[in-house]
Design a binder for this molecule. Structure first.
Ligand code: GLC
Length: 438
């Protein structure tokens, strides 16, 4: 259809994609991309990997640089940190002086959901320049394997096939309702006075509370006092949770690493990676709750299951780790969530009284989580629902901008603006024009 002013739907899509490319260029700091100006001025781990997918649509070389820069901050023990503080910026708290990890470049002391293997595989599969892709892939595979090895060495408890997160920020879903009970058990220590900076860039009501921050900081200081010796931290961490973000994305990455190992011919890693794939599936299966018909995180510090239901319950689909009956139950739940909110997928159960459509990870929609759920649904044969999620996400971005997150009830754009991974999702997963039904 051609509008009165002569614009076609294709022109409109091109305009959006142009805007998305512009955002990546604006957030580009040469060798890494910041998630958003003001709010997040450094390199974040999973943001960077997902943003590389966006770069690859118009500058493959820049996409590879993004991942290489992230891995240049990998610790000797294999951990890839959640933030790399390449340059000083006082606009963010807690900065490198608080983390005090003593690394160069300066980094935080925790990790984030591992998506590097999944993103590198996608970069290779879609590469126009296969030769360069193979070169980068071959260099990155041992580093990614070292990171996964670290997860199982430093964070797997009781040979469970599950790895624990020692801080809510490791899950990527910083302020999820899922962590409320676990966080309530974390004591608040005497910590040096501090000033938050996030509420200067974003509306305070949409951000975590001050008492949450006291706990977040207590954990950072405790671990810093243990000299950031990761294998000593996990068994005693006051926050010790097997969450579904890290475990599902690690399992998906294990599978994609299996593919990468084969592709680059790193056969010495085959047996080890096969072992992770097996135990990762076993671990996720152990988080299934038959009575709740959902996957539930496990609080190892309290030795009990976490019973709230967040969007992470759908992520085992992305990990190809669900049995058919579990897939059916998850699909049924998603359809029922759709009856409660205008846009899928709210980050938290909209039928739960704790649901908050505007507060960080307690209700709003994230484009990257939608991509993962949609991808998992497609693989499980539920393309209809996958398409609804894609169409919802595209509509949210096109109506409300490249925001950090969105209100699932009225579609309002929230949090940071001109957000890198939101732009990346528009450029990759959502680049095609929606097909209108007749
Ligand atoms: C917030 C999110 C986290 C993300 C970061 C940068 O802390 O919870 O997942 O990596 O912002 O976008």
């Amino acid at each position: 259809m051609v509008a009165e002013n002569g614009t076609t739907p294709t022109d409109l899509v091109e305009e959006k994609l142009d805007q998305a490319r512009k955002i990546l260029r604006q957030n580009d700091r040469g060798t890494y991309t910041i998630p958003a100006r003001g709010l997040y001025p450094f390199q974040w781990n999973w943001d960077s990997c997902l943003t590389a997918l966006g770069w690859a649509t118009f500058d493959e070389g820049r996409a590879w640089t993004e991942i290489e820069t992230l891995f240049s901050a990998q610790w000797d023990d294999g951990m890839v940190p959640h933030i790399v503080f390449h340059k000083e910026d006082t606009g963010y708290f807690p900065g490198p002086d608080v983390w005090a990890t003593g690394k160069s470049p300066a980094t935080s002391g925790i990790t984030q959901p591992p998506v590097a293997a999944t993103c590198v595989r996608q970069l290779i599969e879609t590469a126009r320049d296969k030769e360069t892709a193979l070169e980068f892939g071959a260099r990155l595979v041992p580093k990614i394997a070292a990171w996964h090895r670290w997860f199982y060495a430093a964070r797997e408890l009781n040979n469970s096939g599950l790895v624990v997160s020692i801080h809510p920020w490791e899950s990527g879903a910083d302020n999820s309702v899922d962590w409320d009970a676990s966080l309530a058990n974390v004591p608040v220590d005497e910590i040096p006075p501090y000033e938050r900076r996030d509420t200067e860039h974003s509306v305070a009501e949409h951000r975590p509370t001050n008492s949450d921050y006291d706990k977040y900081l207590t954990l950072v200081h405790r671990y810093s006092n243990l000299g950031w010796k990761q294998s000593e931290i996990a068994p005693v961490a006051p926050f010790r949770v097997a969450d579904l973000f890290v475990n599902s994305l690690l399992q998906r990455s294990n599978i994609d690493l299996q593919w990468l190992v084969e592709y680059v011919g790193a056969s010495h890693l085959t047996e080890e990676v096969d072992g992770w794939v097996k135990k990762g599936k076993m671990g996720l299966q152990s988080l299934w709750s038959e009575p709740q018909q959902s996957f539930q995180p496990y609080d190892y510090a309290a030795d009990q299951s976490i019973t709230s239901i967040s969007a992470s319950t759908f992520l085992p689909l992305f990990a190809h780790a669900t049995e058919p009956a579990q897939t059916q139950a998850l699909v049924k739940r998603l359809w029922s969530w759709r009856d409660h909110t205008r846009y899928l997928v709210p980050s938290f159960d909209p039928t739960d009284p704790r649901f908050d459509s505007k507060r960080y990870w307690r209700g709003p929609v994230w484009a990257i989580i939608n991509w993962m759920i949609s991808d998992g649904l497609t693989a499980a044969g539920h393309g209809d629902l996958a398409k609804i999620i894609a169409d919802d996400t595209r509509a949210l971005i096109d109506q409300s901008g490249f925001r950090e997150y969105f209100d699932p009830e009225n579609g309002q754009g929230l949090g940071g603006d001109c957000f890198s991974w939101t732009a990346a999702m528009r450029l990759t997963w959502l680049s095609a024009q929606p097909v209108e039904a007749d």
